[in-house]
Design a protein around this ligand. Structure first.
Ligand SMILES: C[S@@+](CC[C@H](N)C(=O)[O-])C[C@H]1O[C@@H](n2cnc3c(N)ncnc32)[C@H](O)[C@@H]1O
Length: 198
């Protein structure tokens, strides 16, 4: 079946799943925000069978995600729910893990704010939020590839851009999350992890 394809997902899914294996070792239910093509959901559900993996995204991406699911069914992989973090109602379920890759620099800042607020409301105490992607620190992007990517993002749409760690962490704090881990990943990406406090 013809499916949308992300080369970046194909490149990074192995190393991200290795990280998630330890970060989500004692978790049960994960919500993915901005599942995109659905490749990560399909891959991680297979690699992490102890988790129930709930994909989500804006409606326009659901058909592609369904195609990936149809070709790679798994009992612990749930069909995508419609979740535009700005305009849709969030699921009423609670999760002990939330994961999102390459979304914060694509969404407008207002949506990033809404994403953290929603995460704070839907994460169980002790649950973790894992955010993957390029990150700016103290206003600086060290890697040339990230500087060029940031410029390209802003040329595509002025609301896009690589986000500043301290600003993300401030949103997290306001949502009741404590920063616990920052792992360097290939291609100048990071995996940031916050934990919901009691
Ligand atoms: C660059 S893609 C990343 C997709 C996938 N996570 C990956 O790593 O390949 C950005 C994703 O963010 C989603 N997105 C953008 N704005 C959003 C919003 N307001 N609410 C939820 N998802 C959003 C897009 O639909 C898209 O799936």
């Amino acid at each position: 079946m013809d499916k949308p394809f992300s080369q970046a997902c194909a490149n990074n899914q192995d190393i991200i799943s290795q990280m998630l294996t330890s970060v989500l070792a004692d978790k049960k239910r994960v919500l993915e925000i901005g599942s995109g093509t659905g490749q990560h959901g399909v891959f991680f559900a297979n690699k992490l069978p102890h988790l129930t993996w709930q994909m989500s995204d804006r409606r326009q991406n659901h058909e592609g995600i369904q195609r990936w699911m149809a070709d790679n069914p798994a009992p612990n992989l749930l069909a995508p729910i419609a979740l535009d973090v700005l305009s849709d109602a969030w699921p009423t379920s609670y999760y002990d893990g939330i994961y999102s890759a390459n979304t914060a620099h694509i969404m407008p800042w207002q949506a990033v704010q809404a994403m953290f607020t929603g995460i704070g409301e839907r994460l169980l105490s002790g649950g973790v939020f894992c955010l993957y992607g390029p990150i700016k620190y103290a206003g600086i992007l060290m890697a040339k590839s990230n500087q060029e990517f940031d410029q390209w993002l802003q040329q595509q749409a002025p609301h896009q851009g690589i986000r500043e760690f301290s600003e993300l962490d401030s949103l997290a704090k306001n949502a009741g999350l404590k920063f616990i881990q920052d792992k360097a990943m290939p291609a100048n990406n990071r995996l940031l992890v916050w934990q919901k406090t009691a």
